[in-house]
Design a protein around this ligand. Structure first.
Ligand code: SF4
Length: 353
């Protein structure tokens, strides 16, 4: 949903200023599914909006529901690129996980999205439309979206302008009205993006996918580490923490016999005490196998890892991913055949250029 395009239509049609508020209300508060539902607008304006700024830029291809109530939506952009969003319920809170790109260039070893390669970055309107889908879906259960995490397909900091543009839309008090601290941007460690976030006045949360406390293993799991090794990453995070005073959330997937050893838990604690004293929170994540050959840590190894963090006074939460039976859990988003679709769309673009 391109709200800027809708506001431009109002200007082109010479509509009075108050129509802009009505449009924002209809899109971001009433979550209309078509301009016909915007009953406060005159028919002629609704037709102009339908033609020049349609509510749906994305096509909803499929919705799947997991046993735990998680809902995954698969969308297609108008030029044929797939994107997925996942709506998760925990007690009375709804969280939505959004995609910032179709596919991803960073190829982390544990992640299904990485196997797709990068299709293209999504626009802020395409990201916002995923949130509007989630809000409509949650409303069917009389619920609202409480949190947004940019942890779906893609590396958000490689698409920073659109991601921040989306955050401003979601945060707009006259629009969707989500608190900035209810939005988390998760990065694999794209340092120019973290530096740019230091300058960003909006108080969004930053989560860093660390997953290994040493360079050899991290590079194996996350090739981006070759470009931006742990020492550089920690220096940048320290700068971010010093400048913003915001806490850094550290994501750590527990992979059996790979990164769940005693010495690795100790090394993780050393890193955080040294570089982010008093300014970190670790999210330990139960891994959902993606056919990568990696497995979830055995329960006793998870317990041992937690015990070390506890002893070292590292604040942490153990998270179980939701929706694993519909491939909606962390690291599982990948549209089958998506890489082929992306290549076909690019080929078509070249042929028509
Ligand atoms: S984990 Fe994130 S950064 Fe890594 S390949 Fe998957 S989507 Fe990309």
């Amino acid at each position: 949903m391109d709200l800027d395009a809708a506001l431009a239509v109002l200007a082109e049609e010479g509509a009075p200023n108050y129509r802009a508020d009505q449009v924002r209300q209809a899109v971001s508060r009433d979550f209309i599914d078509s301009w016909d539902e915007a009953s406060t607008l005159p028919k002629g304006l609704r037709t102009a909006l339908e033609e020049r700024a349609p509510i749906h830029e994305l096509v909803l291809e499929e919705e799947q529901r997991a046993k735990d109530g998680t809902v995954k939506a698969r969308f297609s952009t108008s030029d044929g690129f797939p994107a997925e969003a996942v709506l998760m319920r925990s007690k009375d809170r709804y969280t939505v996980c959004l995609s910032s790109q179709s596919g991803c260039a960073l190829k982390c070893a544990f992640c299904a999205t990485g196997t797709m390669g990068l299709g293209r970055s999504l626009t802020k309107g395409e990201i916002y439309e995923q949130l509007l889908w989630a809000a409509r879906t949650a409303r069917k259960s009389d619920a609202r979206i409480r949190n947004v995490v940019m942890m779906g397909m893609g590396e958000p900091l490689q698409n920073l302008d659109n991601v921040l543009g989306f955050c401003h839309l979601a945060n707009d008090p006259d629009g969707f009205g989500l608190g900035a601290r209810s939005i988390a941007i998760s990065t694999a460690g794209w340092l120019p993006g973290i530096d740019a976030l230091i300058e960003e006045p909006m108080q969004v949360k930053l989560a860093i996918s660390l997953h290994a406390p040493d360079d050899v293993l991290r590079t194996e799991l996350m090739p981006v580490n070759k470009r931006y090794p742990i020492a550089e990453l920690m220096k940048t995070l320290k700068r971010y923490r010093t400048a913003t005073r915001r806490r850094v959330y550290v994501e750590y997937l527990l992979l059996d016999q790979v990164n769940d050893r005693v010495e690795q838990a100790e090394r993780l604690a050393d890193l955080l005490h040294e570089h982010l004293p008093g300014g970190h929170h670790v999210n330990l994540i139960w891994y959902n196998p993606t056919g990568s050959g990696l497995n979830a840590s055995a329960p006793e190894r998870v317990e041992r890892f937690q015990a070390i963090l506890e002893k070292r006074r590292i604040p942490f939460t153990l998270r179980r991913s939701k929706g694993s039976d519909i491939d909606a859990a962390c690291g599982q988003l990948a549209v089958k055949g998506a890489a082929a679709a992306a290549r076909a769309a690019k080929r078509a673009e070249r042929e028509t250029a």
